[in-house]
Design a protein around this ligand. Structure first.
Ligand code: ZN
Length: 232
């Protein structure tokens, strides 16, 4: 490893927060990047600084490793449109067999932007929360997509890009467990209280598993995973 620094794709959700903890356990330095792509609800982006502050407070050894946070605008996603994440439409199944929360190629775009930022900052290790287990059928969450993207970026930048996806083969219950293994109850509590996973960006309803509308597919996955996590 030439530069023991990782760049974590950090959205402010549960998955990327656990990925950030994972990276802080493994790398000497960790930077974070988020993307403002015209999400209908700003609460996920608003969660990012709260989570970073919470991590710094609760984990002094991680605080020493945690470097700059970057926020990149990717307005093209909203301009292209057609997704319930950027437009006011009811979350439903689309004709393509995917939920209309799908943003075509979003992870490929995010990873490309992250790799470009990493190039400038001399960081070749990217960490993302893509997961093939609970992936709602999103084709850009598949391991094959991610590994092919790493190869394309390595070629396109003429510098090796490694993409780490610690959640790829685990389900939501196991994501809660991984968080607990990495940061104990303090991390579980931080994720519960501050991370935003809800597609509606709901921060007004507090459930045992955290805040959310409780109705959208993302809330249902989170609730189900948490129930299985505490039952185990
Ligand atoms: Zn929800």
């Amino acid at each position: 490893m030439t530069n023991p620094t990782a760049l974590v794709l950090f959205s402010g959700g549960q998955d990327s927060t656990v990925c950030l903890a994972w990276a802080l356990e493994r790398f000497d330095h960790v930077e974070t990047v988020g993307f403002d792509y015209g999400q209908r609800h700003a609460s996920e982006l608003a969660a990012r600084p709260r989570l970073l502050a919470g991590l710094r407070n609760a984990f002094p050894s991680w605080a020493q490793k945690l470097g700059p946070d970057h926020l990149l605008p990717l307005d093209a996603i909203k301009a292209i449109g057609g997704s319930a994440l950027t437009e006011s439409m009811t979350i439903a199944m689309g004709k393509d067999g995917l939920p209309n929360t799908f943003v075509p190629g979003r992870n490929v775009l995010f990873l490309t932007a992250a790799a470009a930022l990493g190039y400038r900052r001399n960081i070749g290790d990217l960490v993302g929360g893509m997961c093939e287990t609970d992936f709602s059928g999103y084709p850009d969450c598949r391991d094959e997509t991610i590994q092919a993207t790493a190869k394309a970026l390595s070629l396109g930048l003429a510098r090796e890009v490694r993409i780490h996806t610690p959640l790829m083969w685990i389900d939501k219950a196991a994501t809660w467990r991984l968080g607990e293994q990495l940061g104990g109850k303090a991390l579980t509590d931080l994720v519960l209280e501050e991370s935003v996973t809800c597609y509606e960006g709901d921060r007004s309803h507090r459930h045992g598993w955290g805040y959310g509308c409780g109705q959208c597919p993302s809330c249902m996955l989170r609730a189900d995973g948490y129930a299985r996590f505490i039952a185990a």
